[in-house]
Every structure is written in structure tokens, then in C-alpha cells.
Design a protein around this ligand. Sequence first.
Ligand code: AMP
Ligand code: ZN
Length: 488
Amino acid sequence: MSSAPLTFYNSLLRAVELFRPLDPADVRVYSCGPTVYDYAHLGNLRAYVFTDTLARTLRWKGYSLTHVMNVTDVGHLQSDADEGADKMEARARSTGQDIWAIARHYTDAFKRDLRDLNVRDVDRLPLATDHIAEMIAFAKVIDVRHCYLLDGGLYFDTTTVPNYGRLAGHLEDGREGRIDVVAGKRHPEDFAIWRRSAPGENRQMEWESPWGRGAPGWHLECSVMSRLYLGERFDIHTGGIDHREIHHPNEIAQNQAYHRACHGHADEAGFTGATVWMHNNFLVERAGKMSKSSGGFLTLQAAVDRGFHPLAYRLMCLQAHYRSEMEFSWDGLAAAATRLKRLVQAIGALRTRADAEEQNDALGLTPTITGRLDDFDQAISDDLSTPRALVSLDRLLALKNERPALLLSAAARMDEVLGLSLLSLDRADLRVHPANATIDPPAIEASLAERRGARADGDFPRADAIRHDLAQAGVDVMDGDPLGWDWK
Ligand code: AMP
Ligand code: ZN
């Protein structure tokens, strides 16, 4: 098999470039993680299917990696641009719950969602609240040259670093568009490093600092934890496309300031921390971007409750390129579920044929199969083109004159990147019981067995009666279904 050059779209350059790791023996990746005041919605989960595809692709290309993702359990305000209350505190106040219990509950739920989506564990999943001391130490270093104190807390002066907002494209667009809501801020883009608790404000999470009792600004945690776990320079930083505008430019500004404190002016303008900044586009609904704050968003559990296997959603994500907007619809998810069933069925048929095969000796892959693997490799190496990679898989499974065992082994290779569990899923696993259904699968199977017996005995009235009873209960008997389903 040949190996195509690995390229990624770097948001810093707004261009696709060849990936050149800082240390090929240890590629270092940081992903902005969830804010744990609510369940993750399907849009958030798209971001993590993307980071998982990235990590799996790097491994497919032969790299070892260290992948870190933070959990934001403090500091994220209701608007990214320093407005509103802390999301965690607001949730605690509106529900009357303990903030630490909220964080634990939604962090656990997030981990379950990732497991259900076959998103592999990252190497570290640090919590912001476990790094308050490190954040204060970092802030002390950059305070000297880059920050100013207001009643509300310590603010970063974005004019003290060169090229502020380069990632967002602000240099070209001018510095407009941000609302200045904090009195005394020198520039609208300036942002909080440390937010002081207001007199009488009753925060559940607050800490002492040189700038008063309070809590860190949201952007600080990612600069501090990426540096702590990956070093001052690392390879790839990911997040949703919203982060390209505020959160990541602010991280870069902090990284530049800290770098200058350690190394002086050398290379200050070009220093960004990560070499490649990658952003997934949004999952949108007709009504607009799916967001937690707008309420009424869709969770993975909501899809499961409707009878969809979580991996159908994973496949739906892979069918779109990560940089394209993806529109959610139940029909779209149903189409992905059907595609997943077809894939699983094709693999199942290959497995049956492979088991019956006499020739069991392991042979090398044939040129045709290798060609399909090469196509797959080219697709994912081309800035993670998963839609094309899926076509390579379809074309592999469509090959007629190849030994099934070899096709299976090539499909397993591809699934290392796709993460669809194609070789371990069974058709029956894909039949998820909708939450509101009154039917009971074992009882249905029993009725179907009875109906098969009746048909075998020539008792067609009985068979039809059973079919009728099942229809009354909302179960369609599917004789001769091309996908081999007995009922739905
Ligand atoms: P949050 O939990 O709000 O901090 O967001 C977690 C991740 O999901 C971030 O990387 C966001 O940029 C990303 N994100 C938020 N909304 C969407 C969406 N509708 N589609 C895709 N990604 C999103
Ligand atoms: Zn972040």
C-alpha cells in the first residue's frame, strides 16, 4: 500500500497544507472540550466525531500521539465575548443544585455519549477547576506587560501583542463588531483573565487570587492546560468554528504574551502555540445553529429514543466533510441508519462466505484490494475527506471476485479510521427499541417463530392472523426484505 501525503486545512493560513509534525514520534493534539452545564447536543458531538477522526487518521498514518481535551467546569460566560453570567453558576442558580454535582453529572453523560459514538478515549481529560493554581501562576507572568485591572477583574490588552485576531481574520476585516459591555475596557476585544466576584455575588465556585476573590476567564484554561500537558509548541489545536473568532484568538494572544515573557521578542509575532488550528463547521437545523443556550436542542439520547443506533449519527457526520455545514434532519439520520445497516449486512455476508471458505491460509492482499485501500488512504489524507473514504469502502465491498477473508481484512483496516464497529456489529444490534414503543422484542420474535411454524404447516389463516395482530401492535412483518430484516 502506498501512503498519500497528509494534508490539513489550517485556519491560520486559510489554506490546506502538508502536515509536518514537530516530533514525528509524538504528535501532540489539543481539543477544546465541553462546557459541562448541560448535556452535549448533536452539534457538540459532531465536534468530537471530528477530533476522533483526526486522531484515528494520525494513527492510520503511523503516528503515535498525545491527545488532550479539557473539560470546562468554570469560567465560560453565556456569551463568548465576555458577557452574561458564568454558564455553570447560572445553571446552579436556576436549578438550585450543587455546582460540583452538575459538573460531575454532565461530564459523566458526555463520556457516555463519546463511548456510544466510538470516540476513543483521549490521553488526558483535565478539568479547569483542577488547574486554578496553574492559571493564577500563568496570569501573574503575563500580567506585567499585558494586563490591566478593573473593578470587574484583570483584563488582557489585546493591543500589546502583534497580529491580534490573525486567526479570526480581524486584521483584514477591521476591529469592529464586538460589543463593549464591560465599563473601562480599553478595547472591545480585550478579555478577562481573572473575573472578580462582585460584592454580594454568591458564587459557588471562587478562589483567592492576587486580583481578588473570583474565577478565571474561560480562555485562560486552554492556554494553561495545553502548555502544561503538550508543551509550549504543539502540533494541532481543534474546536468548533465559533472558536475561530474569539476563544482561539484569545488563546493565541495569551500564548504570545507568555512566550514573550520567557523568550523576549524573538519570534513573538509568529508564535501561536499550535502549528495547525483546525475547526469543524456547525450542525445546523432549519431554524439555525444548534446551541445549548437556545434550549430545545437534540441529544444523542433523543436519537436513541427514536430508535436510532448512535453509530448511525456517527456515520451521518462522516458523510459530510467536517468543514461543511451539516443540516440535521430525521430523514437524514434515517438515511444514514439505512446505509449503516447495508454496510453491516454486507460484512455479515462476507463473514458467512469467509467461514465457508476452504482456503484458510493467509495470503497477501490482491492489487485490486490494495487499490481500494490506496483510494481510502488518499481520501482521508486529503484533509480528512471522510465522504470519499466511505465511497472507497462501498467500492471495496462491491468487489465480486475477491476472497471474502481478504475483503474483510481490508474493511477492518478502513474501520480503524471510520470507527463504525463494522466487524463487530450485528444486524440485531442496530435494532434499537424506541423509548415510547409498547412492543417487546422477545415477544415479537416468539410470534414470528410461531408464524413461521404456521406457514410451514400450511396454516396460512393462522399466519395471517399473527401478522395482523403484530400490525395492530405497530410491528410490520417484512417477508423477503432485501436487507434481510424480519420486522420493523
Ligand atoms: P461547548 O460545550 O459549548 O463548550 O462546545 C463544545 C464544542 O462544540 C466546541 O468545540 C464548540 O465549538 C462545538 N459546537 C457548538 N455548537 C456546535 C454546532 N451546532 N455544531 C458543531 N459544533 C458545535
Ligand atoms: Zn479551549
